[in-house]
Design a protein around this ligand. Structure first.
Ligand code: SMG
Ligand code: MG
Length: 367
């Protein structure tokens, strides 16, 4: 394909309710959407960076800058282009995986649309619907948390993930276990603990959680190895897994027994499939994470979640968990599952009018 231009859109989506994690509270989802135009088809990409560099070092305006200044010009210079060319063409630029992932995703959507191939099939998916979990933020009170969890269980979610931080960990987990019994339950600390908290984290063991996600700093693989010797709950890594190589290292060291795959965090869906394959080869359960995506990113995440090694329910919740109005046809939970899009490429696109409603700025970058 020949790339003729890229549209960058800054979008602001109000969240239905505030989402609080150990690193801050999100009231709205600011994000970047990309549309690549080629001589054969166009394609959409969603950049999962947040407004501020709190989850990782990337942030919306930083991604827009590196895209327009370095990444998009590098693709323009490349000539004939398919999705597998994108990562090598951008490899000279260090880091910026979320920005790179968004660009690769858009090229992949364009290429697969032109070829008439659904993303799920391209990645090797084996299911046509995926079981879904939901990530529940830190709340002001246990009562508020129990009401939220009860509501999600009523909607059919098959697994609950509680965000935790020091001071909001054992008590909420105990309360949810006592109220809702033997549900599939896990927690996510977003790096909020240190190894000095090992005894505190071990107090979660009696509650038989599926996993504890990213308790320690993202660069602390050895800390996670040491922690794993002191807690019985399986450790899952999110922020630490930035590539298939990082996944292989974490697994081989014994830093994790489960892996959260997030395409933005690792530089794209193609690297995500490699991580999936590394996990499968090691018998490590994987699952698809989430970054409060719009229907665009959600469609692609669901395709990834349909791979055979994604054996745990993902943070692939229905559109109405996040937004009153999504920019695509909403994903609706059915018996705890979401359908894997079957059309070519992402199998979904934004509604032009809705997209305009939420667009804050648009920029056209011609070849
Ligand atoms: O998309 O449902 C979602 C959010 C899932 O908890 C979630 N994501 O660390 O896994 C994680 C967080 C990162 C985003 S928090 C604003
Ligand atoms: Mg996480």
């Amino acid at each position: 394909m020949k790339l003729t231009g890229v549209e960058l859109r800054k979008v602001r989506m109000p969240l239905k309710s505030p989402f609080r994690t150990s690193f801050g509270t999100q009231l709205a989802r600011d994000l970047l959407l990309l549309r690549v135009v080629t001589d054969e088809a166009h394609g959409w990409g969603e950049c999962v960076a947040m407004a501020e560099p709190l989850y990782s070092e990337e942030y919306v305006d930083g991604c827009a800058d590196v895209l327009r200044r370095f990444l998009i010009p590098a693709l323009f210079a490349h000539g004939n282009l398919t999705a597998i060319d994108v990562a090598p063409a951008l490899a000279a630029f260090h880091g910026h995986r979320m920005a790179k992932a968004a660009l690769e995703m858009a090229v992949l959507d364009a290429e697969l649309t032109a070829r008439g191939v659904p993303l799920a099939r391209e990645l090797g998916a084996t299911r046509d619907r995926v079981p879904c979990g939901v990530s529940v933020g830190i709340m002001d009170s246990i009562d508020e948390l129990l009401a939220a969890v009860g509501d999600y269980l009523d909607q059919g979610y098959l697994r609950i993930k509680l965000k935790i931080e020091p001071g909001w960990d054992v008590a909420p987990v105990r309360a949810v276990r006592e109220r809702f019994g033997d549900i599939a339950l896990q927690v996510d600390a977003n790096t909020a603990y240190t190894l000095a908290d090992a005894a505190r984290l071990a107090r979660l063991d009696p509650f038989e959680l599926l996993l504890i996600e990213q308790p320690l700093a993202e660069d602390d693989l050895l800390g996670h190895v040491a922690l794993a010797a002191r807690v019985r709950t399986p450790i899952c890594l999110d922020e630490s897994i930035t590539s298939a190589r990082a996944a292989a290292a974490a697994i081989t060291l014994g830093a994790c027994r489960v892996v959260n795959i997030k395409p933005g965090r690792v530089g794209g869906y193609l690297e995500s499939r490699r991580i999936h394959d590394v996990c499968a080869a090691h018998g490590i359960p994987a699952w698809c994470g989430g970054m409060l995506e719009t229907g665009i990113g959600r469609a692609a995440n669901i395709a990834l979640a349909a791979l055979p090694g994604c054996v745990l329910p993902g943070d692939t919740s229905a559109s109405d968990r996040y937004y009153d109005t999504d920019i695509t046809v909403p994903f609706v939970l059915d018996d705890g599952h979401l359908p894997v899009p079957a059309g070519p490429g992402l199998g979904i696109g934004p509604d032009a009018e809705l997209l305009d409603t939420f667009t804050v700025a648009t920029e056209w970058l011609p070849q």
